[in-house]
Design a protein around this ligand. Sequence first.
Ligand code: FAD
Length: 412
Amino acid sequence: MISNFYDVVIVGAGHGGAQAAVMLRQLGFEGTIAVVGDEPELPYERPPLSKEYLAGEKIFERLLIRPAAFWTERKVGMILNTQVTAVDPAAKRLTFASGGSLEYGALVWATGGSPRKLICSGHDLPGVHAVRTRADVVKVMDELAICSQVVVIGGGYIGLEAAAVLTKLGKKVVLLEALDRVLARVAGSELSAFYEAEHRAHGVDLRTGVKVDCIEERDGRACGVRLEGREVVPADMVIVGIGIVPAVQPLIEAGAEGGNGVLVDEYCRTSLPDVYAIGDCAAHANAFADSATIRLESVQNANDQASTAAKAITGNPEPYKATPWFWSNQYDLKLQTVGLSTGFDQTVVRGDPANRSFSIVYLRNGQVIALDCVNAVKDYVQGRQLVETRARIDSALLADIAKPLKELSKVC
Ligand code: FAD
């Protein structure tokens, strides 16, 4: 039986939504909590969708953030398969696509985003897939048996991870990136060049600087990708990984400030009373981006902002100032990133990429702002302090792999 009022309603049963509920209970919150999510599953981890789950190496049950019993024991109501379409901030009421409604004391908006779609003809043909939800990936896996050639559109982390898995599964993969290098939005050119070479060495036909004109159809299904310039790349399946659009329309329509995400302050409060926003959909001023207003799409940010919102709701507000970190697995390469490299004006390569274990240190105005570490866990762990203290270290010292980064943090 679904009650019509909860002290806290969390919209979005993903990483941030689940963690907000976990944290509220950990902080001793005894009020009623409901999590409303439009997917049918209990909250699950999204990163394996383009890694072990797609590869068939992990079953879905191992992706669950908590087992079903956890939510029952903690008295967290899970209202699944339910999309929130409107928010009335004056009445503190949510409306569902099904027509139902729910009232809240405090609202946590944790809706992530939906995959950005191609706008060309054929973008919605059968055989064209996104990789955002379990349902997306199940569709991909169901069709793999009839596919030998896959075109991946987008050279960001998700596209590259999918390309790596599909190659490993024996598919012929063509990866198309519109910009002149992969990972251009998130990393420097050294890292892009390294990953481009790795993918090509594994057999991926990776093409940069190519624009998609449309998706071609045969017998009611995608059969190729036509490029500007008329070449058609044959495809039994097309995977589109070109970013997300934050799912914030109901909140913006309710009057919340924002646009590309909902604007939040350092306590994850939106401009609407008692309404918080966290995770991929929350636009916030980030100290690691020189206080620019950004959205971070990472598990770390979703979890840390969930804690920030939970602390504010329980009356112990603490501003959000977590150090950003991220990871990506491709082939046998584990990339770990700490800090944000946006706006860097210098890079130092530590180690030799040819050894497949190295780091790239990003600096701005002589200060360390981020590291990308490939199969270099020590640098990742020890480099964090350099990022957090914005250390100023001579580039020759940073490049010297004989000097552990933890020793350098003492000299600065
Ligand atoms: P989500 O986890 O996306 O949860 C949002 C939920 O809200 C979804 O279930 C959505 O369907 C639901 N929802 C949306 N609108 C509504 C509505 N109106 N009503 C009800 N429910 C709604 N991050 C990393 O740090 N490392 C990685 O390696 C990594 N790999 C990734 C691989 C893939 C394939 C993907 C898709 C993401 C990956 N990420 C990774 C990013 C990470 O998963 C996200 O940053 C994280 O899930 C964000 O959490 P969230 O709670 O903001 O959103």
